[in-house]
Design a protein around this ligand. Structure first.
Ligand code: FMN
Length: 175
């Protein structure tokens, strides 16, 4: 059975998870931009950074799949917000559901990892987006703030890294 790890990463945290997973499983890891023929693989492990609820590169990559009957699909998101927070987890899953066709969504095993952010490294578009978001959520009443809002307020303009490779164990068990 041929397997592949595909990742979508702007600033490297998802890439680091993908490369560590590759090292531990001996499965090749490549960026979604370099995937040639996804239908050649039986087991697809997709790791993507979360950007405004979207999983970087995921929809574009998985829509190229023709027949998934005999395939295994594992998805892992990498975001700033705490993935152990149930509301956050549900939001991420609902967003994924909207980005994939029903068959792929129902077949996929989904995991969540935590990444990081370094504001000094963000491009102008991302900096502007975060500023707008921050200004929208910072004055919300405490009870209205989601885990995502809190993560963004706590880390705004900072450099933080919540990467924890031990959380790859659950994905490795699934593989
Ligand atoms: C413009 C922008 C939007 C983001 N949106 C989300 C989000 O919706 N949910 C979340 O948990 N994290 C969000 N993040 C944080 C990233 O998911 C986090 O930095 C992740 O580690 C990025 O992965 P990468 O380093 O592989 O690109 C966002 C970050 C930026 C810059």
């Amino acid at each position: 059975m041929s397997s592949i790890i595909i990742y979508g990463s702007h600033y490297g945290t998802t890439k680091q998870y993908a490369e560590e997973l590759s090292r531990r499983t001996n499965i090749e890891a490549i960026s979604f931009e370099n995937v040639k023929e996804i239908n050649d693989y039986d087991k697809i492990i997709y790791l993507g950074g979360l950007y405004a609820g979207g999983v970087l590169g995921m929809a574009k990559t998985l829509k190229k799949l023709n027949n998934i009957t005999n395939k295994t699909i594992i998805l892992a998101t990498v975001g700033l917000a705490d993935p152990t927070d149930e509301v956050n987890k549900n939001n991420i899953r609902n967003n994924i559901k909207r980005q994939l066709n029903k068959e792929i969504f129902e077949k996929a095993k989904i995991f969540h990892l935590r990444g990081g952010i370094d504001y000094t490294k963000l491009n102008l578009a991302h900096k502007t987006m975060m500023k707008l978001l921050y200004n929208t959520v910072k004055n919300l009443p405490e009870e209205k703030k989601t885990a995502e809002d809190k993560a963004m307020i706590d880390t705004y303009n900072k450099k933080v890294n919540f990467t924890d490779f031990s959380n790859l164990d659950r994905i490795i068990n699934e593989i």
